[in-house]
Write a protein that binds this ligand. Structure first.
Ligand SMILES: [Fe+2]
Length: 131
């Protein structure tokens, strides 16, 4: 029989997998910028990254609400900030500001790594202790 504990374990494992995908998409974009890939390829990578981040944040926020997570408000501010960074990166790309684009992509990677290692870890601990 399925229990709340099973749900929390599956949710936690699913979120961890999504973080790995999120980081690998962002690292691939940093690498593509370093390799000076063409604009169409960068656009496709940026769109995929943005779509993935949005979907991941929606699913993570849904579980937080279901679990009445106490750090919800501060946590979603980080998500909003990350989406703002991605929109700014898309604008830099569309307007050909390549040095800002590389710099902001590096900032986005550092920001999301810190987010995953702090706020997301706190949420994972919260789910573990909820069993
Ligand atoms: Fe998060």
């Amino acid at each position: 029989m399925s229990t709340i504990s099973d749900f929390d374990s599956a949710a936690s494992a699913g979120i961890d997998r999504e973080h790995e995908v999120q980081l690998s998409l962002l690292r691939a974009l940093c690498e593509a910028l370093r390799a000076q890939c063409d604009g169409a390829q960068l656009s496709a990578m940026l769109e995929q990254l943005s779509d993935y981040c949005e979907a991941h944040f929606v699913s993570e926020e849904l579980i937080m609400r279901q679990k009445s997570f106490d750090d919800y408000e501060d946590h979603i501010e980080d998500h909003s900030h990350m989406l703002d960074l991605l929109r700014a990166i898309a604008v830099d790309h569309a307007t050909g500001r390549s040095s800002e684009l590389t710099q902001k992509t590096g900032q986005a990677l550092a920001f999301i790594e810190t987010h995953i290692n702090t706020r997301d870890r706190r949420f994972a601990d919260f789910l573990r202790n909820d069993r």
